[in-house]
Design a protein around this ligand. Structure first.
Ligand SMILES: [Zn+2]
Length: 258
């Protein structure tokens, strides 16, 4: 498996091998630069693709799922305008979903958190600040972000969340260490709708529906209008094709709370 640990090992062996060989024959410095560049490319792509399981093992897709089930997930809420519309649609189609909420939004919308839970959906941790520079935070700062958000939700629903989704799906060694400490399970996805990219409704919907298979995890955002319109079409598609939308904990048969 080409994960961070193995790439580091391979790179180290290559460097040592090259150094030994260079005692006997001259090796251009560019060969060393090439090896380092290979390491860098793998690490950058692996960090940006949660589906690679490069830094940590995330729940991205349940390949053993033998029922026509998928998990719809919403990031970045709760949102006063769009989350209630999404909850209404889910209820109308008897669908369950998972909401990865941001701590600072939870502080402003505690009632929405309560409503999400009461309607049978799952809530997960999506950090407190969702900072653009989150990926540069050290282990302790990541732990603080996760624990602050967990405490906020615990004060509302009396449960400790154990599902976590890193902002932008980016992972790195600091997040790996933090998760080990907080014992959260990391949830990724295997269908990225790209609903936050400027695009039309039909293209976003097609990106999802063409990839639907049993066990799929779909990434959406309950922070914008277009997602509400896409969701309605998606729920219709799932209904017509006899698919059921369940929470991620149901899909993977794991616990969502401690
Ligand atoms: Zn996010």
């Amino acid at each position: 498996m080409l994960n961070f640990k193995n790439i580091n090992r391979i790179t180290l062996v290559l460097f040592i091998g090259l150094l030994i060989i260079s005692v006997f024959i001259s090796i251009s410095v560019f060969v060393f630069i090439l090896v380092f560049t290979g390491w860098l490319i793998f690490t950058i792509i692996g960090s940006f693709n949660i589906t690679w399981n490069y830094h940590l093992d995330a729940y991205n897709f349940n390949k053993t799922c033998n029922k026509k089930q998928v998990a719809i997930t919403f990031d970045d809420g709760p949102n006063t305008e769009f989350t209630p519309q999404i909850l209404d649609l889910l209820e109308a189609y008897h669908a369950k979903a998972t909401f990865f909420c941001i701590g600072k939004h939870i502080e402003q919308q505690p009632k929405l958190v309560q409503q999400i839970i009461e309607e049978g959906h799952t809530i997960g941790n999506h950090t407190y600040s969702h900072s653009e520079i989150f990926d540069f935070y050290g282990k302790q700062k990541v732990i603080d972000e996760i624990e602050t958000t967990n405490a906020l939700v615990a004060s509302i629903i009396n449960k400790e969340m154990i599902l976590f989704r890193p902002p932008y799906g980016v992972t790195n060694p600091a997040i790996t260490k933090a998760i080990k400490h907080t014992k959260h399970k990391v949830i990724g996805w295997n269908i990225r709708s790209l609903d936050t990219v400027k695009d039309n409704e039909q293209n976003i919907l097609n990106r999802i529906t063409k990839n639907i298979t049993p066990g799929a995890v779909i990434l959406l955002h309950d922070s914008q209008n277009i997602t509400v319109r896409v969701l309605e079409q998606l729920l219709l598609f799932l209904q017509e094709n006899n698919y059921q939308s369940v929470t991620v904990d149901t899909l993977f048969n794991i616990e969502a709370y401690a």
